[in-house]
Design a binder for this molecule. Structure first.
Ligand SMILES: C=C(O[C@@H]1C=C(C(=O)O)C=C[C@H]1O)C(=O)O
Length: 113
């Protein structure tokens, strides 16, 4: 993110200098063909992000339903053995970043500890 902003302001500075570069502001390149390819790839990235956000929200709602169901039956709010399984699943698939992602995912459902 920081890099994008820095690169964009770099392009803006060149445009102001009137040297003919910065053909496609916001793409981080002065090559129109590269900018077109990037725009096409970004469409899919945006689609993936929308899906991820929707799935994230759906998972949080389902997790809250489980918690409410369990507490209404006199059970516990959390089940740490289950949370450990989920952390391990994400760690195995994605490594250390997977663990961090799973921690955020679990927190989205049950709130901060
Ligand atoms: C949703 C549940 O409740 C809590 C939330 C979990 C989750 O978001 O995956 C996992 C374990 C529990 O601490 C569950 O037990 O399945």
């Amino acid at each position: 993110m920081m890099t994008d902003v820095a690169e964009q302001s770099g392009n803006t500075a060149r445009s102001r200098a009137g040297d003919g570069r910065n053909a496609a502001p916001g793409f981080g390149t002065d090559e129109p063909a590269a900018a077109a390819r990037i725009a096409a790839i970004r469409e899919r990235i945006d689609e993936i992000d929308r899906t991820l956000i929707g799935l994230w929200q759906e998972r949080a709602e389902l997790s809250q339903q489980v918690g409410a169901t369990r507490m209404a039956s006199g059970g516990t709010r959390l089940v740490l053995s289950r949370e450990r399984e989920i952390l391990e699943r994400f760690r195995q698939a994605l490594g250390a970043d997977g663990t961090q992602l799973a921690l955020l995912l679990l927190r989205a459902g049950r709130g901060p500890l």
